[in-house]
Design a protein around this ligand. Structure first.
Ligand code: ATP
Ligand code: MG
Length: 332
């Protein structure tokens, strides 16, 4: 039997190039080797968008088009919708006994996100517990591998620990300890220089952006703030524009030359940005084309996904039954 992958995205907007390098490329690469499940995390999206259900609903179509555009093959990857698999919530409540409030309060990703969302003083419980709910997502198909961005590392670690504790407590091997698979060594920063590009952070280059939008955003990217003139020596390390070059410009000789001249102060920002735009357009152009094609098939893609929910429900119900057996609470 093929090993399983579970990943997902929150339907909170269109997908960006951080997703592409953090997670999407790995999914496309691994989908034929593994039995891959991709979850549209609409319940999780509501935890910080509960006042805006329309946005969450509308964004599902965007995700489906983005998946198609990057090469997710709907014939081999099982894309499904979280809210259609209520077994996940049941798994969640059983796992919750094995998490502590203290552990959640120390989760570095949660801490950052609470600050970003202004939730420090009044934290929705639903948001606070999302790492455990995410562990339930991973457990519902007994995933072996989870391709995610670096920001999700603590979540996958929590999930492994929960699965281990559950199994140890009841002397069973019901839950798998999933491995994280990171697409890049760090999160892709936003065009504003923020450590993470995010859908909700207004600092993203989207897969759906037109070539004009791409160009405009590349020219907005924050560079070395201490470099005022083209003749000033600049810093390359940690400079967003060069992180993007390293990530998207496959012409490494060109990148080395640009870095060298930047350090010496013999190049203007315009040339560095123009070359980045050219390199990114080479990669994003074909994705944009396929995305346009997907827009015409949105309804068809959604129908596919709705059918898949049956398969996932059946798999997840087996996990629920095994967990209930272990906990001696199964009577039918
Ligand atoms: P939101 O701001 O609504 O949380 P997001 O941009 O963080 O949106 P998610 O749907 O939360 O996107 O994340 C989906 C996947 O993409 C996760 O695996 C996450 O780790 C990865 N990811 C998100 N942003 C980045 C980034 N900047 N670099 C690399 N991977 C990323
Ligand atoms: Mg996120």
């Amino acid at each position: 039997m093929k090993k399983r992958i579970l990943t997902g995205d929150r339907p909170t907007g269109k997908m960006h190039i951080g997703h592409l390098i953090g997670s999407l490329r790995n999914r496309v690469k691994l989908q034929y080797e593994y039995d891959q499940f991709v979850m549209v995390a609409n319940v999780q999206a509501l935890t910080d968008n509960f006042h805006n259900p329309e946005k969450v609903k509308e964004s599902i179509g965007d995700l489906l088009c983005d998946y198609y555009a990057v090469g997710i093959d709907y014939d081999v990857t099982t894309v499904f919708i979280q809210s259609e698999v209520p077994q996940i919530h049941e798994i969640f409540i059983y796992l919750a006994n094995f998490a502590t409030v203290q552990q959640l309060s120390h989760n570095p990703t949660i801490k950052t996100e609470l600050a970003q969302k202004g939730f420090e003083k009044s934290t929705p419980l639903g948001f606070y517990i999302y790492p455990i709910h995410q562990a339930a997502d991973i457990c519902c198909v007994k995933a072996d591998l989870v391709p995610v961005g670096r920001d999700q590392a603590p979540m996958v670690e929590d999930c492994r620990e929960l699965a281990r504790k559950f199994n140890q407590t009841y002397g069973v091997s019901v839950l798998h300890e999933a491995q994280a698979l990171f697409g890049a060594s760090r999160n892709l920063p936003g065009i504003d220089g923020n450590a993470k590009m995010g859908k909700s952070l207004n600092n993203a280059i989207y897969l759906a952006d037109t070539t004009e939008e791409l160009r405009k955003k590349v020219f907005m990217i924050k560079t070395d703030p201490n470099r005022i003139r083209a003749t000033d020596p600049g810093t390359v390390e940690g400079n967003t524009i060069f992180i993007y070059h390293d990530t998207f410009n496959e012409n490494t000789a060109e990148v080395e030359d640009l870095k060298e001249r930047y350090r010496r102060g013999t190049i203007g920002d315009v040339e560095v940005k123009q070359k980045l735009y050219d390199a990114m357009e080479r990669q994003l152009g074909p994705i944009r084309e396929r995305r346009r094609e997907a827009e015409g098939k949105k309804a068809e893609l959604l129908e596919r996904v709705i059918e898949n929910n049956n398969r996932v429900r059946a798999i997840a119900q087996e996990v629920v039954d095994q967990m209930k057996d272990a906990m001696k609470i199964r009577f039918s």
